[in-house]
Design a protein around this ligand. Structure first.
Ligand SMILES: Nc1ncnc2c1ncn2[C@@H]1O[C@H](COP(=O)(O)OP(=O)(O)OP(=O)(O)O)[C@@H](O)[C@H]1O
Length: 943
């Protein structure tokens, strides 16, 4: 893993508390600021009063975890003299007088490492320390014993104390290292064997050749030179720091800087040097031993069987895939729908496949399954079963066989590789072409002019596939035409109705037809194809991942087997050596001891040696096979790794493309949704128009019905009025209630007439108020009081108005009744007056005839009295006439008195009374009857 070198800056506290500082640090923003305002961004800007514990905890704890996992770590301290480099790494010293709190990074690191390792009881570990100083490009071993093993923290501290005492004082570089080798069995039963080194380096305060070389190397690394090309061996210091800069260690550079203004220039130099290191990247890895990850539990046989099975399975699947592809290609070829180049490509693929098959079947013993079996690891011949091996197994020819097998397998492998590449290329090309083909497709909407149903989107593609719809290829066809027709009401109301119904249906809860189509478009072939391609690539990717994992497992198990075999070989060789030695010893002894038994022993030994040699040869053969297998597997694994990276990129690309396509579709959907909304609003408007016209029609029907009902009621009332009128005619008079009923009928008929007239106006579309005498034109001429009254009336509820209307109706009827009675009274009075006048005239004529001329005057004055409404005077005058005339006069007087007494005037409005008295000169209003209406006309007073 590439990890850049990390930088921490520690400011030495000023010697005097109130002395001025030329440099400051901001631990929050991790910025170091100079007095001139220059800022330096670092990984840790430690505060000026930073304690040793804080410094350690702030970045050494993750280092320790990394170290225990098997990674190398490094701490390099830069700084001027007396800025606390030694203090930071080791502390003030290791004598008892110094507090533990002052301990520097190294003692804390050792304490923590021992503590952690002791907690991990499953781990076996060996810890070594070294303490070196570079004095004029020579190594000075501070501890004097090179690598020192420490079993516990106490031991380590003893060496620290020793080294502290023994170290050279001066401008030297110091390198302290801690190396830990750990071994433990993981939960999966495999061995973990790791080694890690932590180096702590304090660089000299003043520049020396070593520091210059280091600076140059840092520059080279910063320039981008790979660490392999950098010559670290120029001097001791750089050789020791090989892993710290551009190497495998996780490195922290600590810049110890002074805050004193007089050190400012040096401080800047150190800061810049530290910041240089920031650009360097180290490749941090876990340091494993060769036996790391080897299974410790005895599951070898099972693993081996598993591996064989997996390989066999993978191969059979692969063969199936290839034959499927072959079938498909043959079909495509037969369909003759391919272009010439496609046919050539497919033919090439088929040819390669045939070549491959030929190769695989060339050796009669090699069928596909054999190949797969051969790909599995050879079983290690057990030492305990030597008798099973015949000599023919190990004859000279077997080596040649092995060689030819290897050549053949290599060839097969090559062909397979070539075949796979070609196969992938072909598939990729086909997919690409297919997608391009889809891109060029477009969608059209069927436009059947005059069609009265909503248009259905159809594809005119020859291939018959659905095509995508692009923004801009809008609904401008039949649908708009249809909408225009609706707008222009060019189609019949029935069709409009059907359309509206279909529109309503399409609204909710189902998505609209067009929206449904758009949603379908989102699942267009292109999107589907991309998804398909993505899926296939993903599957391939996963399969390859699985295969890579399996291969890794296989390689590691092969390596284990290899190791075991090598060990067996060594053991066998030793055994053979021992036996040969023993035999030569025997031969020597034979010359002294002529014992016949020794011959047998010798023969046995030779046999045994031969047997062991056979075994050894088998092992070696197996070793070769395994090595080849490992090589192949590694090659395959590398190819797979590369393919995985490619697939990953492809997947990323595809997901990006699918997102792009999706975005496009979403935009297109938005565009269409907007269009739909527009069209919807038009349609709604039209629907409303239609609905309102329908509504007005309905209203008209209702009004007509109401008029009809009103007419019926009117007829009833009319009949009633007629019958009452008829009755009055016959009987000359009616009872009071009947009279009132008659009036009510008349008034009700009049009201019904007004209502009918009002409703007729509504039907004709005229202003309903047109029928009212109180039209809006009169509104302005109304008095304020009336306006207020109308405003109040406007506010009345329906029931209130009904009640009010009924009251007024009753009042009008009362008024009419009173008027009628009055009229009758007036008529009777005038009739009587006429009679009396006639009688008076007769009486007067008679008197004239009978009396003398002298009396004539008397009668004249009497008559005048009568005309002047003075009956008393007329009576007194009458007393003076003859008996006949005086009788008439007496009756006249009586009748007058009776009239005055028995006929009390009805209570009627004064203006009506005035109207009824024509003799009066001051009429206020004129009441007339016109078609069952009482018309009261106000008149100005005549003075
Ligand atoms: N952060 C600090 N807190 C307290 N004391 C400090 C701090 N830094 C340095 N000192 C003290 O300053 C003195 C000098 O420190 P130190 O010897 O570590 O400097 P140095 O950079 O190693 O010097 P040289 O390069 O000369 O060896 C020591 O007495 C040390 O205890």
């Amino acid at each position: 893993m590439d990890i850049p070198v990390q930088i921490a800056i520690r400011l030495k506290p000023p010697s005097l508390a109130d002395s001025t500082q030329c440099i400051f640090s901001n631990p929050v923003t991790q910025i170091v600021i100079t007095e001139s305002g220059q800022t330096f961004h670092v990984n840790r800007a430690l505060p000026v009063d930073c304690s040793q514990a804080h410094l350690f905890n702030s970045f050494m704890i993750p280092q320790i975890n990394c170290f225990l996992d098997g990674c190398d770590t490094s701490v390099v301290v830069f700084g001027q003299s007396q800025t606390g480099k030694t203090y930071t790494l080791f502390g003030p010293g290791f004598e008892c007088i110094h507090s533990e709190c002052d301990q520097g990074i190294v003692p804390r690191f050792l304490t923590e490492i021992f503590h952690k390792l002791n907690q991990m009881s499953e781990r076996e570990f060996i810890l070594h320390i070294t303490w070196m100083q570079v004095v004029t490009n020579n190594i000075f071993d501070v501890l004097g014993v090179g690598l020192v093993r420490c079993c516990n923290v106490e031991e380590a501290f003893q060496y620290l104390q020793l080294g502290w005492r023994q170290q050279c004082q001066g401008n030297y570089h110091t390198v302290f290292t801690v190396t830990v080798e750990q071994k433990w069995v993981g939960t999966n039963g495999t061995l973990n064997h790791r080694m890690s080194t932590a180096s702590f380096c304090e660089l000299a305060a003043y520049p020396d050749p070593g520091l210059y070389t280091l600076e140059n190397i840092l520059k080279e690394l910063l320039a981008g030179n790979p660490s392999k090309q950098v010559n670290y061996d120029q001097c001791i210091l750089t050789a020791m720091l090989r892993d710290s800069f551009g190497g495998r260690a996780f490195t922290w550079v600590i810049g110890c800087i002074s805050t004193e203004p007089e050190d400012y220039q040096d401080t800047l130099k150190i800061l810049n040097l530290c910041l240089c290191c920031r650009g360097i990247k180290n490749f941090v890895t876990v340091n494993l031993f060769a036996d790391n990850n080897t299974p410790v539990y005895s599951e070898k046989a099972i693993n081996s069987a598993d591996n064989n099975f997996n390989l066999q399975f993978a191969t059979s699947q692969w063969i199936k895939l290839v034959s499927n592809a072959e079938g498909l290609f043959n079909k495509i070829l037969q369909s003759k729908s391919l272009s010439e180049t496609d046919i050539n490509q497919v033919s090439e693929w088929l040819f390669l496949k045939a070549e491959c098959d030929e190769c695989l079947n060339a050796d009669g013993t090699l069928d596909n399954k054999d190949v797969t079996i051969k790909q599995g690891l050879p079983r290690i011949a057990e030492d305990t079963e030597p008798s099973e091996l015949s000599e023919s197994d190990v004859d000279s020819g077997s080596e040649e066989d092995t060689h030819s097998d290897t050549v053949f397998q290599d060839k097969v492998e090559k062909f397979m590789e070539y075949f796979r590449e070609k196969n992938d290329e072909l598939f990729a090309d086909r997919c690409e072409e297919y997608l391009n083909h889809i891109d060029s497709d477009d969608i059209t909407i069927s436009e059947t002019s005059g069609s009265q149903s909503l248009p259905v989107m159809t594809s005119h593609s020859n291939s018959g596939r659905r095509r995508t719809i692009q923004p801009g290829e809008s609904l401008s066809g039949a649908e708009l035409e249809l909408l225009r027709k609706v707008a222009a009401k060019a189609i019949s109301p029935e069709t409009q109705k059907i359309l509206i119904e279909s529109h309503k249906k399409d609204m909710d809860p189902e998505p609209k037809l067009i929206e449904r189509e758009l949603l379908k478009m989102i699942d267009s072939p292109k999107t589907e194809e991309i998804c398909k391609k993505y899926k296939i690539t993903k599957e391939k990717y996963t399969q390859k991942q699985i295969l890579t994992r399996k291969l890794s497992k296989e390689i590691s198990s092969s390596q284990t087997q290899l190791k075991e075999l090598i060990n067996l070989c060594i053991a066998k060789e030793r055994l053979i050596d021992d036996l040969t030695k023993a035999m030569s010893q025997n031969t020597q002894n034979k010359s002294y001891d002529k014992n016949s038994d020794s011959n047998f022993v010798e023969q046995d030994t030779v046999k045994e040696i031969k047997r062991h040699e056979i075994n050894l040869k088998t092992y070696k053969k197996q070793i070769d096979q395994i090595k080849r297998q490992i090589k192949k597997d590694e090659k395959r694994k590398n190819t797979l790794d590369v393919e995985l990276v490619k697939d990953k990129l492809k997947l990323d690309d595809l997901s990006d493309t699918s997102i792009e396509v999706k975005d496009k579709k979403v935009n297109s959907l938005k565009h269409f949704t907007n269009r739909i909304t527009q069209l919807d609003s038009i349609l709604k408007e039209k629907t409303n128009d239609l609905a309102s016209s329908e509504h007005s029609k309905e209203k008209e029907v209702i009004l007509r019905k109401e008029i009809k009902n009103l007419r019926k009621t009117r007829e009833c009332l009319h009949d009633q009025r007629c019958s009452l009128g008829h009755k009055r005619k016959i009987y000359k008079s009616l009872s009071d209630s009947e009279e009132r009923k008659l009036l009510e009928c008349e008034e009700a008929i009049e009201a019904i007439d007004t209502a009918i007239e009002y409703k007729n106006n509504l039907i004709c579309g005229k202003s309903p108020s047109a029928s009212l005498s109180d039209s809006f034109d009169n509104k302005d001429s109304r008095s304020r009081g009336e306006q207020m009254l109308m405003a109040r009336l406007d506010k009345l509820s329906h029931d209130e108005i009904k009640t009010l209307l009924y009251r007024y109706f009753q009042k009008v009827v009362d008024l009419r009744g009173a008027c009628a009675a009055l009229e009758a009274g007036v008529a009777a009075a005038s009739e009587e007056a006429t009679i009396w006048r006639a009688r008076a005239a007769a009486a007067w004529r008679h008197a004239q005839r009978v009396r003398s001329h002298a009396h004539t005057r008397h009668f004249q004055s009497f008559h005048r009295c009568l005309d002047g409404g003075n009956p008393e005077r007329a009576l007194s005058l009458g007393m003076t006439t003859d008996s006949e005339t005086s009788d008439d006069a007496m009756r006249l007087v009586d009748r007058m008195k009776q009239l005055a007494r028995c006929n009390p005037p009805p209570i009627i409005p004064s203006q009506n009374l005035r109207q009824l008295m024509p003799a009066t000169n001051l009429p206020v209003a004129k009441v007339t009857k016109e078609k069952n209406k009482l018309v009261i006309v106000q008149q100005s007073k005549k003075h």
